[in-house]
Design a binder for this molecule. Structure first.
Ligand SMILES: Nc1nc2c(ncn2[C@@H]2O[C@H](COP(=O)(O)OP(=O)(O)OP(=O)(O)O)[C@@H](O)[C@H]2O)c(=O)[nH]1
Ligand SMILES: [Mg+2]
Ligand SMILES: [Zn+2]
Length: 358
């Protein structure tokens, strides 16, 4: 594929050039499985792995290539289809979540996406839930990608217009699409925003029809889909890998596995970006560092009292903010530990140096 069609532009070109990476060729990661990557290049797809130097110098898992990343590739002698990944080019956007389990590790879901398509299922199960949508909008805010909401399975819903209103009430500026992968309702509209060179990642719980929507956009059954459980409409985690597909219309879409849990990732402002109404009110709080929990003169609590802010939405905002605060305290603590360790290492080296001189 030609690089421009894959989304390559001046941003990545300059980063490749600035690294002085002479002789390296750019490519985009379209598939990853167990540290093996498929990278699309000007000359076609290549199989790749990171270099020994990359492994040695990487400080965190999140620095490894993810689907959507642009990477600098070195050829391998006499192996036409194999490449070594020397470097991950600077990410324009980065979709992450907190790694499942304890700790403060970042798990990169996809890189360099322009649009995050948050998919819900209107099949009467638990796959349509405003609080869940709010969490996905927080994830979008942290990524730098523009969110859109996709309400799929409209064919299974008696009052899709009600769902549309509910979704709009939490969507902020994000557009909401009423869709059906089955009847193709809304598919033309959605493909209208997936312009040439634009990358969109699809996320949401298992079984909502992320892969089915991608098939509908591709106009082919390229991706495997799986039945939902009859009792609660939950999916069976059919998609197990992230993968990037070029659309006939020139856009690029990334399918991702359904998420079981979504712990917030981001910094202090991320929650405010996703809850714009609360952030706008907070400007009028008496204290600049108001936490909107019990302070006098809190404009957010005033909204709540006046019934202009839904209790559940407010509660979700507070919960997400607490999660983000906890995350940043874990990160601070880790930073302190790492600094201490490197100071220790340094004093060991100085001691040894002095000893050697004696
Ligand atoms: N009736 C109806 N069924 C749909 C629609 N979209 C998807 N489905 C069905 O829902 C089930 C789950 O679809 P998938 O595309 O596999 O869901 P997914 O979100 O990719 O799930 P994971 O890969 O497990 O995360 C399949 O049986 C699809 O055929 C739709 O618009 N209408
Ligand atoms: Mg899937
Ligand atoms: Zn306040």
């Amino acid at each position: 594929m030609n690089l421009k069609e894959l989304g390559f532009d001046a941003f990545f070109r300059e980063d490749l050039a600035s690294s002085g990476a002479g002789g390296l060729e750019p490519g985009r990661v379209v598939f990853e499985s167990r540290n093996r990557y498929t990278v699309e290049t000007e000359g076609g797809p290549r199989e790749a792995a990171v270099s020994g130097r990359f492994e040695y110098t990487a400080a965190a898992r999140s620095e490894y290539p993810a689907v959507g990343d642009w990477v600098a590739l070195r050829p391998v002698e006499e192996k036409e289809t194999i490449r070594v990944i020397e470097r991950v080019l600077r990410r324009r956007t980065c979709l992450s979540r907190r790694s499942p389990g304890r700790g403060a590790d970042e798990q990169v879901i996809a890189a360099n996406i322009d649009i995050l398509c948050v998919v819900c299922g209107l099949d009467g199960g638990r796959n349509f839930n405003p609080r869940g949508i709010e969490r996905y909008l927080v994830m979008a805010a942290a990524s730098g990608a523009r969110p859109v909401l996709a309400l799929n399975k409209a064919d299974l819903c008696e009052n899709p217009e009600d769902a549309l209103l509910t979704a709009r009430s939490v969507a902020g500026d994000a557009p909401v699409y009423l869709l059906s992968a089955k009847t193709r309702r809304g598919i033309g509209e959605l493909s209208g925003i997936l312009l040439p060179g634009v990358t969109a990642a699809f996320t949401g719980p298992s079984g909502v029809g992320k892969s089915a929507l991608i098939n509908a956009l591709l106009g082919a059954e390229a991706v495997r889909t799986g039945a939902t459980r009859a009792d609660d409409m939950r999916g069976r985690h059919t998609t197990t890998h992230r993968e990037l597909f070029p659309l006939p219309g020139g856009g690029l879409v990334i399918d991702t596995p359904g998420l079981r849990e979504l712990q917030a990732w981001g910094d202090g402002n991320t929650a405010d970006d996703a809850f714009a109404d609360i952030a706008a009110a907070a400007v009028s709080c008496r204290f600049r560092d108001c936490t909107h929990r019990d302070e006098p003169g809190c404009a957010v609590l005033a909204l709540l009292r006046e019934g202009r802010l839904e209790q559940e939405r407010y509660q979700n905002y507070i919960t997400v903010r607490k999660e983000l605060e906890y995350l940043s305290s874990l990160q601070d603590e880790r930073g302190r530990r790492e600094r201490k360790a490197s100071e220790k290492e340094l004093s060991r080296l100085i001691k040894r140096y002095n000893r050697d001189r004696e």
